[in-house]
Design a protein around this ligand. Structure first.
Ligand SMILES: Cc1cc2nc3c(=O)[nH]c(=O)nc-3n(C[C@H](O)[C@H](O)[C@H](O)COP(=O)(O)O)c2cc1C
Length: 374
């Protein structure tokens, strides 16, 4: 049947599922194509730079949802060159024009707050101290994404039990700062082998205190962060990203399904706005694999809004929305290379290819704001 013969209701249903509106808590999203958090390493001195105004504006659409690159919560949170922070007044002020630009273009903007834990080197630490973690287990050197350079890591120092509230407090203050900078909310980075994941995953966490051992104990610190942040800025402004199935930065779990499910159920108690799960097919950066695992049990257990990310195409995103396995979909590499990704989906236009070599280079333009629009 041709469209012209259909009633209005039916024609509306023809709209691509990814491009249908969605009310996420208090936010009215005009479509479901989310900008995933993407570290771009162009924030010199850990301070967001004016060129980020253009970068984020390019990827903003009216009613679109954007998440910032991972943003450090303190001076011990860093592990890479030129990643932004949100613990100083200068950083908060530097975020303001970027947030304003996204808002001026009609976007909803969350700040991803982050602590790398042991994925660091004493060069990035205050006074050249050892990075912190759940354990003293160090990371083996890893090939960087350009497949040429090797990242070295300094063996970490396990946090003492009574130090953990101090890090919880850093997350709380970072969330407060994010709101002061104008962000609509924060996403707690609980994924990819960084500090919170180093507590959740049993391949790293070998503690014998109340933060180690059982699943409940390993999830205690991340959930304390969730509690502190939701109390500080309100649960309707808080999301969390989790990658239970991931093996990033040598952080793996022997029972990822149980971990993902435990967190989904525990998060319900805090009424957070969304849970953002990385698809099991994403093993670690740049590595994707077929898997029989699925996020469906977590999607079903979690009562809030559900974001799925990792390896999505337009087709898999649409399918996930139709099937109800996610409410919105976060796109990383495609959104990085296609500032007008929702438009391209709408027009069924071809996508620019991403250039892995410039993902993390510090240039303020090349590989950053020079990807062409349609
Ligand atoms: C250049 C680059 C930087 C990334 N930085 C972050 C980050 O800061 N925080 C995060 O949670 N994930 C980060 N990721 C992961 C992405 O958010 C996303 O989950 C991943 O790329 C898989 O989605 P995709 O297949 O749509 O790219 C990064 C990925 C890439 C390619």
């Amino acid at each position: 049947m041709a469209n012209c013969e259909k009633g209005e209701e039916e024609v509306k249903m023809d709209k691509m599922p990814l491009l249908t509106p969605y009310k996420m808590g208090n936010f009215f999203l005009s479509h479901r194509v989310v900008l995933a958090p993407l570290t771009r390493q162009r924030s010199y001195g850990n301070v967001p730079q004016p060129h980020a105004v253009l970068y984020y504006s390019q990827r903003t659409s009216k009613g679109g949802f954007l998440i910032t690159e991972a943003t450090g919560v303190s001076d011990t949170a860093q592990g890479y060159a030129h990643t932004p922070g949100i613990w100083t007044k200068e950083q908060v002020e530097a975020w303001k024009p970027i947030v304003n630009a996204v808002h001026d273009n009609g976007g909803v903007f969350f700040c991803q707050i982050w602590h790398v834990g042991r994925v660091s080197h004493y060069d990035y630490q205050p006074n050249g101290q050892a990075p912190i973690s759940s354990s003293d287990k160090g990371l083996t050197p890893q090939l960087k994404s350009n497949q040429l350079d090797v990242a070295e890591f300094t063996p970490p120092r396990p946090l003492a039990t009574d130090e953990i509230p101090l890090i919880v407090n850093d997350f709380r203050l970072a969330a407060r700062n994010a709101i002061e900078a104008g962000f609509d909310g924060v996403e707690i980075h609980g994924a990819h082998g960084y500090l919170l994941d180093q507590f959740m995953k049993d391949s790293v966490n070998d503690r014998t205190d109340q933060y180690g051992g059982t699943l409940e104990n390993r999830c205690r610190f991340p959930l304390e962060v969730v509690e502190a942040v939701t109390k500080e800025i309100g649960p309707d402004k808080v999301g969390i990203r989790l990658s239970p199935f991931g093996a990033h930065a040598e952080a793996e779990d022997s029972d990822p399904e149980a971990l993902g499910l435990y967190m989904a159920e525990a998060l319900n108690k805090y009424s957070v706005l969304y849970a953002h799960y990385v698809e099991p097919r994403i093993v670690k950066s740049g590595v994707q694999a077929e898997t029989s695992h699925s996020l469906l049990p977590m999607r079903t257990a979690f009562k809030g809004n559900f974001i799925s990310t990792g390896g999505h195409t337009k087709e898999t995103g649409n399918k996930a929305i139709v099937e109800g396995s996610a409410d919105v979909i976060a796109y990383g590499r495609h959104f990085l290379a296609n500032p007008d990704l929702p438009k391209r989906f709408e027009l069924n236009a071809p996508l620019n290819k991403y250039n892995r070599e410039t993902f993390y280079t510090p240039d303020p333009v090349i590989g950053y704001t020079d990807y062409p629009f349609l």
